[in-house]
Design a protein. Structure first.
Length: 55
């Protein structure tokens, strides 16, 4: 019984880490998209250009 719990826990941990990485990547893409939108609208006056190139 203990082995099944360990297996379930490891699968859970792996799944959570995959979801976390995917979420962070999505967040970065959304942020870069917004930065690009602001860049084209404000021509980079507010430092969004710097943020965009750091990502």
């Amino acid at each position: 019984m203990n082995n099944y719990i360990k297996l379930a826990a490891s699968i859970c941990n792996w799944f959570l880490s995959v979801v976390l990485v995917w979420f962070i990547m999505c967040l970065k893409n959304v942020f870069a998209l917004y930065a690009r939108m602001f860049d084209s609208r404000l021509s980079g006056n507010f430092g969004f250009g710097i943020i965009k190139y750091k990502l």
